[in-house]
Design a binder for this molecule. Structure first.
Ligand code: FES
Ligand SMILES: [Fe+2]
Length: 337
């Protein structure tokens, strides 16, 4: 076959490789290694990590100084905007007077003016009965600290995962699933489904190591995965990636070898208010922070505005399938299966 002949001659050090053609049903099955006990053990250990009561609620880019952004975290209505100096403000989303939605208020001189009767909140005087909540903008994502919802010991700053040190390109995708945060985490902690469930994005997937013991130190609690990211047609980029959980609702995939070394995909699962029928809902807020040493990457970075929709589209496509997995997991659990 022509592709096979080309594969023989393709320089193995080039970042883009030719993906050998394999029929989907002819891949090596992974169900033997994908032990439910190993996945469940990793999910349980993740749930014990501290969050300091911090929740990711939006992409930094989506919070502006011109229009307030409404958000919902675990049924708590929030509003967020930026002061004139660009700093983030987050607080209750209902006006303390008669409850108007502050997401529909006007931003004026860095404060919010309620549309119903003109109460001004966020000026820092604290005389309105509206109190700002602890918040944090890490440059890619916005976090809010909700102590009652989290129920843990609060911390001053959120556990922001380590990101690429040099110049990077970031994109944030947001989707909603009918499940709990734990179902999103469990999906990400099953790396074995990659090439089977997402053959359009991954091939030649091999889980090199997985934490098989029940008690594992946090530093060793990782999955190492060899995988080729498909670029379309016969081309792909082989990398070694690790999956870790730095918090109870966060899974980080980091490229530890190959093109884009140090790049991360952070998946944050944030609880929302339940649907009208009581079904839980969870937001998947996924940040891709891509880095590369290559000179062309600088160009790609400046073309970020063009590339960002493509990065979001790729994440969105994967998550449509992954949400079906997570929602199914929730349904089975709620039926006691
Ligand atoms: S409801 Fe906001 S000022 Fe009256
Ligand atoms: Fe997936």
């Amino acid at each position: 076959m022509a592709t096979d002949r080309l594969t023989d001659r393709w320089p193995s050090r080039w970042p883009v490789q030719l993906v050998p053609k394999t029929r989907w049903a002819r891949q090596q099955p992974t169900y033997r290694e994908a032990s439910p006990a190993v996945i469940e053990g990793a999910v349980k250990r993740a749930s014990t990590r501290a969050s300091g009561n911090w929740f990711v609620f939006a992409a930094s880019r989506s919070v502006t100084s011109s229009t307030p952004l409404g958000a919902d975290v675990g049924g708590i209505e929030l509003v967020a905007w930026r002061r004139e100096d660009g700093s983030l403000v987050v607080g209750p989303g209902a006006c303390p007077h008669l409850g108007a939605p502050l997401a529909l208020a006007k931003v004026d001189c860095g404060t919010l003016v309620c549309r119903w009767h003109g109460l001004r909140v966020g000026s820092g005087t604290g005389r309105t009965g509206w109190d700002e909540l602890p918040s944090y903008d890490d440059g890619v994502l916005c976090w809010v600290r909700l102590d009652q919802l989290g129920g843990e010991t609060p911390t001053d700053v959120p556990p922001v995962p380590e990101r690429p040190a040099g110049p990077a390109l970031d994109a944030v995708a947001v989707l909603t699933g009918a499940c709990e945060p734990v179902d999103i985490v469990a999906n990400r902690l099953d790396p074995w489904h990659g090439a089977w469930f997402h053959p359009y994005s991954f091939s030649d997937l091999e889980v090199v190591s997985a934490p098989t013991e029940i008690h594992v130190a946090e530093a060793d609690d990782k999955f190492l995965v060899k995988v080729t990211f498909r670029l379309g047609g016969p081309f792909g980029v082989p990398v070694l990636a690790e999956f870790t959980c730095p918090g109870p609702r966060t899974v980080v995939m980091r490229i530890v070898e190959g093109e884009g070394l140090g790049s991360v995909v952070e998946t944050h699962a944030t609880p929302l208010s339940p649907a009208a029928d009581g079904t839980p809902r969870t937001a998947v807020i996924e940040a891709t922070v891509a880095a590369s040493e290559r000179p062309g990457f600088q160009l790609a970075r400046s073309a970020g505005r063009l590339l960002r929709p493509a990065m979001k589209w790729t994440a969105g496509r994967l998550w449509r399938d992954d949400l079906a997995y997570a929602e199914r997991r929730y349904q089975l659990r709620s039926r006691g299966l």
